[in-house]
Design a protein around this ligand. Structure first.
Ligand code: NAP
Length: 250
């Protein structure tokens, strides 16, 4: 691919799980990926992601950064633009859970989930918006969740953050459409990653009984939808929330 057709993708939370699968689905020579992760500082998972993408001929950088930190994100994106000159794709994937029932939820659990899951989407999207509109090209994909649409006991903070992402997606899609920047969300159901591995066995079984297809999803299932949304074939899709959940929510 010619140097001037090189594309640059930023993926938040790319060290493992769905973020890593998204990077692997996109990775090809001619694409530069910059991803971030936060904890722990020395992360072998981040190193593995870098190696796996390099094996596919993709240029890749992993940067330790808290996506909830507005100023740090501004500096991060400024650095990407300095080094690579453009940002074509932004996948807002980083997310955390701090599950507990409302009556037991601590303020710190509410604040952390809203900051990492929702404020980060504002931070990163705002930071790339000027460049994308200047380029007259951009693809933003936000990773929401089925619980943002249907709610879930024990996840008031998480569900609120993901419902917030859906409203944000539709609003910003309307703001940026005239500049050929599409903004969509993907709302996965129950996907097998470290995030869901933490759930008690009973909670996992309860999820599985609600899935008509009878199985959990894989990170690659999510990655393929993201890959489609940033493709040329999806250039007429904006402001949408694409659900993929084995039929759990229809
Ligand atoms: P995961 O395996 O726990 O991975 C989360 C990723 O986010 C890691 O790379 C993590 O890196 C990064 N991250 C967390 N906090 C961060 C911060 N403050 N700054 C920068 N990076 C941060 O989770 P996953 O299951 O792949 O989930 C990915 C996304 O999909 C999340 O938004 C999640 O809410 C959403 N989702 C997941 C499911 C599911 O069933 N798994 C369903 C619906 C939606 P470090 O650990 O290094 O910080």
């Amino acid at each position: 691919m010619a140097e001037d057709s090189k594309k640059v993708a930023v993926v938040t939370g790319g060290s493992r799980g769905i973020g890593r699968a998204i990077i692997m689905a996109l990775a090809e020579p001619g694409l530069t990926v910059v991803f971030n992760h936060f904890d722990p500082p020395e992360d072998t998972a981040a190193d593995e992601t870098i190696q796996m993408a390099q094996d596919k001929g993709c240029e890749i950088e992993g940067i330790r950064l808290d996506v909830a930190d507005y100023k740090a994100v501004q500096e991060f994106i400024a650095g990407v633009l300095d080094r690579h000159g453009r940002v074509d794709i932004l996948v807002n994937n980083a997310g955390i859970t701090r599950d507990t029932l409302l009556m037991r939820m601590k303020e710190v659990d509410w604040d952390a989930v809203l900051a990492v899951n929702l404020k980060s989407v504002f931070n990163c999207t705002q930071a790339v918006a000027r460049q994308m509109t200047k380029q007259r090209y951009g693809r933003v994909v936000n990773i929401a969740s089925v619980v943002g649409a249907m709610g879930n006991a024990g996840q008031a903070n998480y569900a609120a953050s993901k419902a917030g992402i859906m409203g944000f997606t539709k609003s910003v899609a309307r703001e940026l459409a005239s500049r050929n920047v599409t903004v969509n969300a993907v709302a996965p159901g129950f996907i097998e990653t470290e995030m869901t591995a933490q759930l008690p066995e009973k909670a996992k079984e309860a999820f599985l009984t609600q899935i008509p297809l009878g199985r959990a999803g894989q990170p690659e299932d999510v990655a393929q939808v993201v890959k489609f949304l940033i493709s040329e074939e999806a250039s007429y899709i904006t402001g949408q929330v694409i659900h993929l959940n084995g039929g759990m929510y229809m």
